[in-house]
Design a protein around this ligand. Structure first.
Ligand code: CP
Ligand code: NVA
Length: 314
């Protein structure tokens, strides 16, 4: 199945979900589900035998790092972890030079860094596919795995409603992209000053014209959660915003996914969180550990979704 559709993807970058059609995102999810099945059944799938992936990290990671490293290994390839503490980027070597050097040695590059511009530049100067493993602006690999998780649970995406509660951050941005590509309605509830970027909302509304999604940006968590099939949240202070922690704790008080808020959503609503979570802040322990939570399925599906991305692009 992957071989049949690979031609369409080979050589592409994975920087934003906006670069893919609804059909392509669906094919990526199908590939991920197929790879997950093969892994569970012990069927080897060395699609990237002899290939290498460079993994640049200038920020911390548990899920993204481990899933890409384990994923490339399971595909028969090899991953090189390149922390900015070790490579010359950390000493000021420019991204353009890093791109051209790595392109001559590896078959693909995954990067997690603050500046989205750096990822765009890396892709511009690279001759191998570049995968965005999170910037301050977007987190597209997360949302591909999230969409896969929802699909596995509900067996459909079109017409569902996601409520995102909290900071209009990188995860919220990619969710707005991904949901509206797939025809999922999305309501984001954030306090004033922390709403998603206006151009992301515009893109989402543009996607919605063809996919049939409804997009709403509100300030009341209960309003966003009303009738939702999925209630999603993320930390109040993202990586790099540690100095704003106290200020954000004030701004986001009331933007917590808890039992009371879930009363507004459907009784069978799924609770999602990209992790890492701050229990007692954006989500209660009870809800995170409760029967509606699928957070560890999301985390596991990073592995399968990332394998699909690599297998198709490289
Ligand atoms: N959700 C996510 O990207 O987790 P890590 O920061 O651990 O990679
Ligand atoms: N919004 C969070 C996501 C972590 C996976 C951050 O950027 O820190």
């Amino acid at each position: 199945m992957i071989e049949e559709i690979k031609e369409r993807f080979r050589g592409k970058d994975f920087i934003t979900l906006q670069d893919f059609t609804q059909q392509e995102l669906g094919q990526m999810m199908d590939a991920a589900i197929e790879l997950k099945r093969q892994l569970a059944e012990g069927i080897p799938h060395p699609i990237l035998s002899g290939k290498t992936l460079g993994l640049i990290f200038t920020k911390s990671s548990t899920r993204t790092r481990v899933s890409f490293e384990v994923g490339i290994y399971q595909l028969g390839g090899y991953g090189l972890f390149l922390s900015d503490r070790d490579i010359q980027i950390g000493r000021g070597e420019v991204i353009q030079d890093t791109a051209r050097v790595l392109s001559r040695m590896v078959n693909g590059i995954m990067i997690r860094t603050s500046s989205h511009r750096d990822v765009v530049d890396l892709a511009r100067y690279s001759t191998v596919p570049v995968i965005n493993g999170l910037t301050d602006y977007l987190h597209p690999t997360q949302v591909l795995a999230d969409l896969m998780t929802i699909y596995e649970r509900v067996r459909t995406l079109q017409g569902l409603k996601i409520a995102f509660i909290g900071d209009g951050n990188n995860v919220a941005h990619s969710l707005l992209n991904g949901a509206t590509k797939m025809g999922i309605h999305i309501a984001v509830a954030s306090p004033a000053g922390y709403q998603p970027a206006s151009e992301i909302v515009l893109q989402a509304r543009e996607n919605a014209k063809t996919s049939g999604s409804v997009v709403s940006i509100v300030s009341e968590p209960a309003e966003a959660a009303e009738g939702a099939h999925i209630v999603y949240t993320d930390v109040w202070a993202s990586m790099g915003q540690e100095t704003e922690t106290i200020q954000r704790q004030g701004a986001f008080a009331g933007y917590q996914v808890n039992k009371e808020l879930l009363k507004s959503a459907r009784a069978d609503a799924l609770v999602m969180h990209c992790l890492p979570a701050h229990r007692g802040e954006e989500i209660t322990e009870e809800v995170l550990e409760g029967p509606q939570s699928v957070v560890f399925e999301q985390a596991e599906n990073r592995l399968h979704a990332h394998k699909a991305i690599m297998a198709l692009l490289i």
